[in-house]
Design a protein around this ligand. Structure first.
Ligand code: F6R
Length: 243
């Protein structure tokens, strides 16, 4: 797409259509959501569609991909706070239907929390639509290079490059958490529909590697080549290196 604004609208329209089609069937719509700078335009457009076109989120059950660990939900850097500010506080989604990995758990409780998170998704019939961004190193969620295709939801160590990319927001590398809880690659690949968005020239190298390179654990986004219904939504800058 020629620019990020149009790319974001295209994604928002697809999400709105899925929500509406599930409403017509009287069924919940399970959305897998991401944070970071990339999806902000999508959430803005969804809020607009809610306010101006009456799209209801009452049948939406949202599962976010990841959260830093440790992290308090009201912290400036929390993805709980991000989702409230960008989307949840502006639409009629039920607060009980908003799931985000819990950055406040004690270490001993993380493994069972992660198992429950995946079971809950399965209990609802799986993710209907998974929205992804991509890290400069090819991570999806916080599945860093080296993550296997069958990896489960778990506590992970963040790559140096991931922490460096976040260091400005955190006012210095030393403030960026070293770990995070992320949905595993396996659950992402089980989503019925996957849309990965990448915007900007700084993503062009990894977009090319993900789409045109080998499927490899060293570029986790390359696993999407094997997904039957995955699409990369790109602006011109991030698509610039594709042949
Ligand atoms: C965030 C997430 C990450 C980001 C990625 C790109 O929930 O899962 O994989 O999508 O780090 O971040 P931005 O969009 O800030 O470039």
């Amino acid at each position: 797409y020629p620019n990020s604004g149009i790319a974001s609208k295209v994604v928002a329209i697809e999400i709105a259509q899925i929500i509406r089609s599930k409403q017509m069937l009287n069924k919940p719509c399970i959305l897998g959501l991401s944070t970071g700078s990339t999806p902000k335009g999508v959430y803005k457009e969804l809020v607009r569609i809610h306010k101006e076109e009456g799209l209801s989120f009452k049948n939406v059950i949202a599962f976010n991909l990841d959260e830093y660990y440790p992290m308090q939900p009201d912290s400036l850097h929390s993805y709980v706070r991000f989702m409230k500010e960008q989307l949840f506080n502006h639409v009629d989604i039920l607060p009980d239907n908003c799931y985000i990995p819990d950055g406040t758990l004690s270490k001993e409780r993380i493994a069972s929390f992660c198992r429950d998170y995946e079971s809950r998704i399965e209990m609802h019939g799986g993710i209907d639509f998974q929205l992804l961004g991509i890290g400069g190193n090819g991570h999806i969620g916080f599945n860093e290079p080296g993550s296997t295709s069958n990896s489960k939801t778990r506590l992970v160590a963040l790559d140096h490059s991931t922490r460096a990319a976040a260091s400005q927001e955190f006012n210095g590398l030393h403030n960026v958490p070293r770990t995070a809880i992320t949905l595993g690659i396996s659950a992402i690949l089980h989503a019925k529909r996957v849309v990965l968005m990448a915007l900007g020239e700084h993503k062009s190298r990894i977009v090319k590697a993900s789409i045109e390179g080998l499927v490899t654990e060293y570029v986790p986004a390359s696993y999407l080549q094997n997904h039957p219904h995955a699409t990369f939504i790109l602006d011109e800058a991030s698509a610039a290196e594709l042949t």
